[in-house]
Design a protein around this ligand. Sequence first.
Ligand SMILES: O=P(O)(O)OC[C@H]1O[C@H](O)[C@H](O)[C@@H](O)[C@@H]1O
Length: 432
Amino acid sequence: MAEVTFDYENLQGVEGGLEDGDLDGVRPRLKEAVDGLLGDPPGFMRLPKTREYAESSVSLAEEIRGSGATDFVHVGIGGSALGPMAVHRALNHPYYNMLSGEARRGPRVHFAENTDPATLSAVLDVADPGGTWVNVVTKSGSTAETMANFLVIRGFLVDALGSFGYQGRTVATTDPEKGFLKEISEREDLRVLPIPADVGGRFSVLTPVGLLPAAVTGLDVGAMLAGAAQCVDEVQEQGPEHQAVVGAAMHYLMDTQRGRNVRVMMPYADSLERLAAWFVQLWAESLGKEGKGSTPHGAVGTTDQHSQVQLYMEGPQDKVIEIVEVEDHPKDLSIPKAYEDLEGVGYLGGHTMAELLNVECDATRKALTEAGRPNSTIKLGAVNEENLGYLFQALEIQTAITGDLYGVNAFDQPGVEAGKEITYKRMGRPGH
Ligand SMILES: O=P(O)(O)OC[C@H]1O[C@H](O)[C@H](O)[C@@H](O)[C@@H]1O
């Protein structure tokens, strides 16, 4: 069973927070939104119970691992990168690529996301062309950043291995129905994994987009899907009372009734830093349209206590701070007793690092609450596949429902097209 709870106590009944009547006012619309989501479910809602994507991803991952692969380069951007990066950072060793032998459960993993040549050059500096696999991931099949990175890596592999060698080590993860990457995969007979047509990039972490890279590093993708399925079942049973759904109303109201249009996601675990980055795209691209939406921001506790908490405590009253707390950290270290005669240092000895982290988490929450700074908490029993799967699904559901409350289409992103168009013109793409 996934252990994930959402706690909104500090959004209500605190200075600057919500009052009971606020929530009541939005309940009928919330019910309508959940009924709509369950009655005519968008593509992402069926992913947790779809076995075929996990099966094809795991079987290809086994082939890659079995081939003695040294490096796995995941090429993608936005929704085609942020989910896989969040999973990798959350569940694999922080220095995964530096581990050797059994300690590393698969090839080294590299993400080619931005078009910054320094990053891609660095990947090519360390990747062994003799053992490199490339997974090019793009739903549309022609995102300029992704295709540019792919073309460079393709050249690197063709030079080292010849066309046949390159073809045998390349996976195209894309829309199976259309797009230029589909065409390339047919021409070059590449292995293909599908991104279903009805699942947008930022909702696609539980398709092969997220499942293949997870399986390549030996993670339990079945458990990730089970956690997500638990969330869907709960929403079916509880409807508008479900914790993630209630959160949609809370965040919507904090913005529209209380003028708090910044939502800060602040995990107290380094491993969840990329989860916040994944969430930022989900919330920003889904809701930021027609002059509506709130601004998502990622922070990390305790690190950002020493950087941003001053602003959260005393700056403009425009934020909701969402703490992500982890009960059981995967590792802990005792702090040795030393310098016991020095009162500013000696008190730490005998405690543990995880204890200090969680005490600071609680202390920040209390301080924010007492200062009239509304905050909420997402608590994970542990950072594991099941809880992460639950959380992905819960936040996607929350975002879709919030879109409904705002009256915007949570599944498009028309605002990103203008910049693309200018780029195409300047780079000489035919027809633009
Ligand atoms: O998967 P792709 O089609 O390459 O899209 C990658 C990303 O690029 C676009 O510009 C969109 O704004 C994102 O929503 C999307 O995730």
